[in-house]
Design a protein around this ligand. Structure first.
Ligand code: SF4
Ligand code: SF4
Length: 297
């Protein structure tokens, strides 16, 4: 039990120590050579609630700095083939090689994802329609066997055919139904189709939710980094660059961002993930997507 005199002495030492005011409690205690209970009592005496808040913030900053040393997998590209040709999407004109993610590449992705999980499920789509993967069931089972839940964005063209597969996967599958099939018909048709699908999967491992760019009145489309050039503002949050996240393309390459259709930003490969760091690329100057607030995926 710390005495009042000890606490007062520690308080005086904290006031004399500029670093002591922003370090975590344990480090402040070590720095000053003061036992932690004495330091705690001293801080209470000084009513330095702000100091504790700063210490917590500093601790969190250091923790995140450590976490971010490991590249985080935001999403993987099971395939970059697609069965639609949406006019607003760069995929139909994609110049990079096409392929399906192999069992070996996926195994490396899973191994790495388990070291640093992003979100509550692994997103398995990028440019392309994931349900087109010719070995869909075995790839999804591979992910599920590692105890990982799955998130799929699908255009839904193959949903009727592939739903029986999805229903046999032991993981929870969170499926976002994109609007692309219903662009010409409009939101009413889309939401009616969504309602029917949701009723069909009720009570199963599969849940189907609306696409984030759909409202009852209209659909929204971003510019896939083909908007007007903007001044770079480092204060605008980008989850890829700030949080060292990446997209893993079907061949295992790391791309800095999920809106990089051509793989211009490729900076590494899942075969050698140590020290990999996402970085700005040409598309950042015309990006209209870097506004996701911290705390989202
Ligand atoms: S928006 Fe989706 S469904 Fe449409 S072409 Fe692009 S990848 Fe395919
Ligand atoms: S293009 Fe946009 S979202 Fe992608 S890395 Fe650059 S700023 Fe971030």
């Amino acid at each position: 039990m710390a005495t009042a005199a000890e606490a007062q002495a520690a308080l005086a030492r904290i006031r004399d120590c500029p670093d002591g005011s922003v370090l975590p409690l344990e480090e402040t205690a070590t720095l000053l050579g003061v036992p932690l209970p004495v330091l705690t009592k001293a801080i209470n005496l000084g009513k330095w609630g702000w100091q504790i808040q700063l210490a917590i913030a500093e601790t969190e900053r250091r923790r995140l700095a450590e976490v971010r040393k490991v590249i985080g997998i935001y999403n993987i590209e099971l395939t970059n083939y697609c069965n639609l040709k949406c006019s607003y999407c760069p995929q139909p004109k994609m110049g990079r090689a096409k392929g399906h993610m192999s069992e070996e590449i996926l195994a490396l992705c899973i191994e790495h994802y388990l070291k640093r999980r992003i979100g509550s499920a692994l997103i398995v789509n990028n440019f392309g329609e994931p349900l087109l993967h010719p070995e869909l069931e075995s790839r999804l089972r591979q992910i599920s066997a590692a105890g990982i839940d799955i998130e799929v964005n699908t255009n839904g063209v193959l949903l009727e055919k592939k739903l029986p597969i999805l229903l046999t996967i032991p993981s929870r599958i969170d499926l976002a139904l994109s609007v692309h099939q219903w662009v010409a018909q409009g939101p009413q048709a889309y939401f009616e189709a969504l309602r029917v699908w949701q009723e069909r999967v009720a009570g199963t491992n599969v849940s189907i939710r609306q696409a984030s760019n759909a409202s009852e009145k209209m659909f929204f489309f971003h510019a896939w980094s083909k908007g007007p050039v903007q001044d770079w503002d480092p204060n605008i949050y980008c989850e890829f660059l700030w949080d060292n996240r990446c997209t893993v393309l079907w061949n295992g390459d790391f791309a800095s961002c999920c809106i990089d259709c051509e793989g211009e930003s490729v900076f590494g490969n899942i075969a050698a993930p140590v020290g990999a760091r996402s970085r700005p690329w040409r598309g950042c100057s015309t990006c209209d997507y870097r506004h996701a607030p911290p705390g989202t995926r």
